[in-house]
Each structure stands twice: as structure tokens, then as C-alpha cells.
Design a protein around this ligand. Structure first.
Ligand code: GDP
Ligand code: MG
Length: 178
């Protein structure tokens, strides 16, 4: 796949949005490199990481994943970041109601200004911290359902549901006609 999408091999831009500290960079590193480093101050920055997954039907999806270098703090810069994205993964931290409110802000922003065909996923990360949970699972489920989004809780720390997140997104992508 020389960098183009066809019916069997899709190539899609995926952006992550959400409050600083919810685990966006850790989700990307867990998915792409299979690692979790609690001490690293990783930010992928202006470039992106990519990862290809194969689906059951022998199609492949290459995700070009844009991680922010903290642009999430500057709402005005966000449209530059999510322009042309086929997928937006909106992340919150299940121990932080503030981050859940911020996730809802990003969903509204994407509904107003994003690509109208964008596939959106709502992700409650840090599911390993269940004893500190402040956002009920059902709140995530309900909000996602109302907004036509896929919902999942993940842990970048334990790897729980990280691959499932990207597989479910891949299944929901619109396919070009063959
Ligand atoms: P970002 O600002 O959204 O990119 O967040 P980071 O990926 O930099 O993560 C912020 C902090 O949360 C770091 O200290 C991570 O070690 C921690 N973190 C990220 N994901 C998880 C997780 O699934 N579980 C736990 N317990 N901590 C996490
Ligand atoms: Mg980050």
C-alpha cells in the first residue's frame, strides 16, 4: 500500500482529543509500540505515528495517528489539528468528571466543525483505577449513544481494550467503493 486508500487497504488520519493528562499519548504508545512508561513525558508532537491492522475480511487499515503536543490547551488551534481526520478519538479519565465534561466539549466542537463523515469514539481511560472512579460507566455509554459514537473503557497501563478500541474503529470506517 503505497500511501493510498483502495477498497482493501484503507489509510486514515486519526486524531486524539481530550484534556491534558487523560492518557492520550499513553494510548498511542501502547497501541503502536506495546509499551507503557509511567515516567515518560512523551509527546509525539507535530508528526505522527502509524500502525496498520488487518481485519478478518483480509482488508487492512493503516492509522496515521496524530497526537497533540499539548494543543488541546488551545481551543483555537484545534481545527488545524483535526482537519481532514477520518477518525476522532475523544478521551477522558474515569477518575475525573472535569475531563468527562471536557470530552463533551470536544464532541460538540467536532460536530460543529469536523468532517461530517468523521467516525467518533468516546474512550474512558485509566479503567485500572476503578477504585477511584468518579465517572460511572453508564454515563459514558449514554452520552456516546446519544451522539452516535462508539464507546469503550481502556487502560493504557494494563493494555485492557486498547487493541479492541482500534479494531472497533476500523470496522466502522466507511469503505470506498471497489
Ligand atoms: P495526555 O496528556 O492525554 O497525552 O496524557 P499522557 O499519556 O501523557 O498520560 C498522563 C498521565 O496519566 C501519565 O502519568 C500516565 O502515566 C498516566 N496514565 C495514562 N494512561 C493511564 C492508564 O490507563 N492508567 C493509569 N493508571 N495511568 C495512566
Ligand atoms: Mg500527550
Amino acid at each position: 500500500n503505497g500511501g493510498v486508500s483502495d477498497a482493501k487497504n484503507l489509510r486514515v488520519k486519526l486524531v486524539l482529543l481530550g484534556d491534558s493528562g487523560v492518557g492520550k499519548s499513553c494510548i498511542v504508545l501502547r497501541f503502536v509500540r506495546g509499551q507503557f512508561d509511567p515516567t515518560s513525558k512523551v509527546t509525539v508532537g507535530a508528526s505522527f505515528l502509524s500502525q496498520t491492522i488487518a481485519l478478518q475480511d483480509s482488508t487492512t487499515v493503516k492509522f496515521e495517528i496524530w497526537d497533540t503536543a499539548g494543543q488541546e490547551r488551545y481551543a483555537a488551534l484545534a481545527p488545524l489539528y483535526y482537519r481532514g481526520a477520518a477518525v476522532a478519538v475523544v478521551v477522558y479519565d474515569i477518575t475525573s468528571p472535569e475531563s468527562f465534561a471536557k470530552a463533551q466539549y470536544w464532541v460538540k466542537e467536532l460536530q460543529k466543525h469536523g468532517n461530517p463523515d468523521i467516525v467518533m469514539a468516546l474512550v474512558g481511560n485509566k479503567a485500572d483505577l476503578n477504585e477511584k472512579r468518579e465517572v460511572p460507566v453508564q454515563d459514558g455509554i449514554d452520552y456516546a449513544e446519544k451522539n452516535g459514537m462508539f464507546f469503550i473503557e481502556t487502560s493504557a497501563k494494563t493494555a485492557d481494550n486498547i487493541n479492541q478500541l482500534f479494531e472497533e474503529i476500523a470496522k466502522r470506517l466507511p469503505r470506498p467503493a471497489s
